[in-house]
Design a binder for this molecule. Structure first.
Ligand SMILES: Nc1ncnc2c1ncn2[C@@H]1O[C@H](COP(=O)(O)OP(=O)(O)OP(=O)(O)O)[C@@H](O)[C@H]1O
Length: 333
């Protein structure tokens, strides 16, 4: 697999949906996007941001209103049969429309995708997705989490070069979610290009090298994973403190805390034994001396203010924090 070749390209794409009274709703504003072969790319955004609309254009299910989508250089509009074979899509909605058992359903799906069924590959998929023991069940007899895994097997049965995962782990328990990701990661290591939409931001943070955030039909941020995370701010050493009246305490001490570069916030939903005020100091990640200096300062200040520290810990800004800040307009991009 050539890692520099372009796998997916959206050129000046817009998408309008026709509404019942004849008016149009613009679900995608003019959009340009390229995704390279072998990339694992995350498409994030609030409900209704336009993620599934993009996927439906890539899959050739919908046509763009303007512009065009290219898969491995082929226009989806003009070559939808060919481009469909290059893509596997795990849709958001659970589909279980078959009375056939899993291997039979996968063989049929293979033929529908224009590929001769490969029994070894089908067995391999069932084994990797922990479905082998459920082989005799029809898709209707599967649980929600099993159906989700069955849909992954179905999307891969024709050995596509691109896998599109539209919220693939919704309803899957933590243990199976981890083994599912282990398998997807294995496929990715073997060159599969992956596009992921998910509301579990940790998955995007852990697996994707580039992340796009959508808002109202537009990509508002598109960055390398690390670069995006760095927007969240510095690493912090923090402690939780028990104070009887947080609001009043902050009012009394905020001047002193600000002068000493202490970040402070009231913490909700913690039990009274762990306190309800959090104070933190930034430190440079990877620099032990900076961490020690900040920790020492935090202890000194809590001694000075006669505070009883109940817990001390480090915090690093995760994707969830960055995402919330971008959405709330607290990070300017
Ligand atoms: N067939 C349709 N007809 C009319 N409007 C549609 C249609 N499909 C989607 N929309 C609208 O387009 C916008 C984008 O929807 P889309 O499904 O792409 O969002 P999404 O980012 O995938 O959301 P979610 O996270 O909820 O899945 C929404 O306002 C939605 O109501």
């Amino acid at each position: 697999m050539n890692n520099n070749s372009i796998s997916i390209e959206l050129k000046n794409v817009t998408k309008n949906y026709k509404m019942p009274k004849g008016e149009h709703f613009q679900a995608l504003k003019p959009l340009n996007l390229t995704i390279k072969s072998g990339e694992c790319f995350a498409l994030l955004g609030h409900n209704g941001a336009g993620k599934t609309t993009i996927i439906s254009l890539l899959a050739g299910v919908n046509k763009p209103t303007t512009g065009d989508v290219f898969i491995n250089g082929l226009s989806v509009t003009n070559n939808s049969e060919k481009t469909k074979r290059m893509i596997g899509v795990v849709q958001q909605e659970l589909i279980a429309d078959s009375f056939f058992n899993l291997p039979t359903m996968l063989s049929i799906q293979s033929k529908l995708s224009g590929v001769k069924p490969d029994k070894n590959w089908i067995n391999f998929l069932l084994e990797k997705l922990q479905l082998l023991e459920h082989s005799k069940k029809t898709t209707r007899e599967l649980s929600g989490g099993m159906k989700r895994r069955m849909m992954i097997a179905r999307s891969l049965v024709h050995k596509p070069q691109i896998l599109i995962l539209d919220e693939p782990t919704a309803g899957v328990d933590i243990q199976l979610r981890q083994s599912m990701w282990k398998f997807i990661e294995e496929l990715h290591q073997n060159g599969l290009t992956i596009i992921l939409t998910t509301h579990y931001l940790q998955e995007a943070e852990d697996f994707c090298s580039r992340i796009a955030i959508m808002k109202n039909g537009e990509i508002v941020t598109l960055k390398e994973n690390k670069e995006l995370l760095s927007l969240g701010g510095k690493h912090r050493v923090s402690c939780l403190i028990e104070v009887p009246n947080v609001k009043q305490w902050i009012e009394t001490n905020s001047k002193y805390l600000k002068e000493n570069s202490i970040i402070f916030e009231s913490v909700k939903n913690v039990s009274s034994s762990t306190g309800d005020l959090k104070i933190s100091i930034n430190y440079e990640q990877g620099e032990m001396s900076s961490f020690l200096t900040s920790s020492r300062k935090l202890s000194e200040i809590s001694n000075k203010l006669h505070l009883r520290i109940s817990e001390i810990f480090t915090e690093s800004p995760g994707l969830e924090e960055v995402y919330m800040k971008i959405n709330d307009g607290n990070i300017k991009i």
